[in-house]
Ligand binder design. Structure first.
Ligand SMILES: *Cc1c(COP(=O)(O)O)cnc(C)c1O
Length: 367
């Protein structure tokens, strides 16, 4: 799998230009950077592009980045299991706080390690996943945090439940609550370095909500899920994924391929066995749903699959040789397969299909 860093750079610059110089762009690299390769991309964003902060979902992901030498600020967006607290403190990772019990344990661990643990407060404005409700609940929580001697609040943020849909009313309502929450935190005498609400989709259209930072994931990688406006920034996908032909054969009528004779030839058919399977994170329903791959610029339908190997029909494709490239994603000749095609093959979301590409697949970063 190859990731075109020039495309990622231009996507990033388009986002930066949209939000303006006063707003930090925090790349969200959770889930192995949505499948593109977390460590490699963290080095790229923190190093080449100069990101001050990177966001991930789990403490383990942040710890992996620290171990790989990433020294910028790291924010864990999700809730941390209590046994992750020692690592979060040791690696100076900012975590997200929304419960008193967590704050207690974090404070105690920070004291033990002789450090100050940094947190950002998550405001629940309607997604009801994690977060503190604005109003009394929030004010009491902030006052409670202030009694802790080894904790510093760095920021506060919320997350929108449906910023990609054309009807923005839900998002606007969430933002009103968030503004209220920020006012309440400040009224408790807490300064906030980071105030942020926008994921990638909202970063495209919701400038009133930028605060000090935006948190794009998808958008960095060229996937804009906004229903309207459609890809207003013109971001471009950056991934090419290829595998190889490992054997060629002609099936005779009655011969089958796949476990349990998944496909039975009715007439002679040219078949290539290729070096990819669901163990690589190629989502199996894409094969059943009419998916195809490109061989020598031609669309070839899948016939059957297994964990490591898959069968393609190559009737009508000329000059297919052993070790021939097979394009699962990207350009081949005049044709191109994109994640939008993948979505059509199976109806699953782009984030899902991209983030499940497994670690077995090598990531190469082209610059
Ligand atoms: C995943 C995530 C993001 C990034 O979302 P995209 O829709 O990919 O831009 C931002 N904020 C939070 C809290 C997230 O969990």
């Amino acid at each position: 799998m190859a990731v075109d860093l020039n495309k990622l750079k231009s996507n990033f610059e388009k986002i930066r230009a949209r939000v303006g110089s006063g707003v930090e762009v925090i790349p969200i690299l959770k889930g192995n950077a949505y499948g593109l390769g977390g460590v490699g991309l963290a080095k790229f964003y923190a190093g080449t592009l100069g990101s001050k902060m990177i966001g991930v979902a789990h403490v383990r992901e942040a710890a992996e980045l620290r171990e790989a030498g990433i020294s910028c600020e790291l924010l864990v967006l999700g809730g941390a299991p209590f046994n992750n607290i020692p690592a979060a403190v040791a690696y100076s990772i900012q975590t997200t706080a929304f419960e008193r019990e967590y704050v207690d344990l974090l404070d105690r661990e920070a004291e033990k390690q002789g450090k100050i643990a940094e947190i950002q407060i998550k405001i629940n404005t309607g997604l009801n996943r994690i977060g503190v409700k604005p109003g009394e609940e929030l004010t009491n929580f902030v006052r409670y945090i202030k009694t802790k001697t080894h904790i510093k609040v760095r920021g506060a943020f919320t997350h929108f439940a449906a910023s990609h849909i054309e009807d923005h009313s839900l998002t606007l309502g969430q933002f009103e609550l968030f503004k209220q929450a920020i006012g309440e935190i400040k009224a408790c005498g807490v300064e906030l370095d980071y105030i942020h609400a926008c994921n990638g989709c909202a970063a495209v259209w919701f400038s009133e909500a930028y605060g000090t930072a935006v948190r794009p994931g998808n958008l960095l990688f060229g996937y804009d899920n906004n229903e309207k406006p459609k890809n207003a920034l013109g971001v471009e996908p950056a991934v090419t994924w290829r595998c190889f032909v490992t054997q060629l054969r002609t099936l005779q009528p009655g011969e089958s391929i796949g476990y349990n004779r998944y496909f039975i030839a009715k007439e002679p058919i040219r078949v290539a066995t290729i070096s990819v399977g669901f163990g690589d994170g190629y989502y199996r329903p894409m094969l059943m749903g009419g998916g195809f791959a490109l061989v020598n610029g031609k669309r070839c339908r899948f016939l059957a699959t297994s964990m490591d190997q898959t069968w393609l029909e190559i009737d009508g494709v000329t000059n297919v040789a052993l070790n021939n490239e097979v394009t699962l994603l990207g350009k081949d000749g005049d044709d191109e397969l994109t994640v939008y095609d993948w979505r059509k093959f199976c109806g699953e979301s782009i984030v899902f299909l991209s983030s499940i590409i497994s670690n077995r697949v090598e990531r190469v970063f082209l610059s």
